[in-house]
Ligand binder design. Structure first.
Ligand code: SF4
Length: 221
């Protein structure tokens, strides 16, 4: 789909491409990535193809914002290709510890929230935080996620009595539920103030339904 028009090299082209705006390297913009994928199609990256280090290097800094899908004149969707490439690589090399920690977050987030004083305290012990970030290959400048509650299990998530026939489902994802509960609380209050009876994505006694966004690599490995 990429016709090499170079729109992604512009700095005023809407969203795309944030990684290029930082590194200014052709390899880190949509066109450069498309050209790397062409090398895969023509067999120039050897048997490893999509799973190769070259593809990983080209796609690693893509933040999957889908800016290219919207801004590129031919609608190249590099985020979609990135998932395919990461899946191909995971099939060959397995999942890394970081992949597992990010992917399994919806499963351990309830426990991390329950013991949040302990989990969040890690960042206050620089040596420990450094070791964990190194093991997970996270940039040392990044802070570890802060777990601060479980909105869907709180009293604030309780349903209002049915006084209206206007109903709406508010989907609270893992991040809003366990890390940014105030967002979910505010959204529910706004909807109720607008006259809606708000249903939430939870069934008593079960783990809340999640969007699956952290799991794309797990599906096919
Ligand atoms: S999805 Fe990736 S390639 Fe496309 S604009 Fe965002 S960072 Fe750039």
């Amino acid at each position: 789909m990429c016709n090499n028009n170079g729109h992604c090299r512009k700095f005023d082209a809407g969203t795309m491409c944030p990684s290029f705006r930082v590194t200014k390297e052709e390899q880190h913009l949509t066109r450069g990535r498309a050209n790397t994928l062409r090398l895969v199609l023509s067999g120039q990256l050897g048997d490893e193809g999509l799973a190769s280090d070259d593809v990983k290097e080209a796609l690693d800094l893509c933040v999957s914002c889908k800016g290219c899908k919207r801004d590129c004149p031919t609608g190249v969707d590099m985020a979609k290709f990135k998932i395919e490439a990461r899946t191909a690589r995971a099939r060959v090399n397995g999942l890394s510890l970081r992949d597992r920690m990010v992917g399994e977050m919806p499963r351990y987030a309830p426990w991390a929230s329950k013991f949040s004083a302990l989990v969040n305290g890690v960042e206050r012990v620089p040596f420990l935080a450094k070791q964990i970030k190194q093991a997970l290959k996270l940039a040392p400048q990044r802070s570890l996620p802060v777990f601060n509650g479980n909105f869907l299990a709180s009293a604030e998530a309780s349903q209002q009595p049915a006084t209206t026939t206007r109903e709406v489902l508010l989907f609270v994802d893992t991040f809003n539920n366990y890390m940014e509960g105030d967002n979910a609380k505010a959204a529910k209050r706004v909807l109720e103030a607008a006259g809606y009876r708000v249903h939430l994505n939870v069934t008593k006694g079960q783990r809340p339904l999640c969007c699956g966004r952290t799991y794309p690599l797990f599906r096919s490995v």
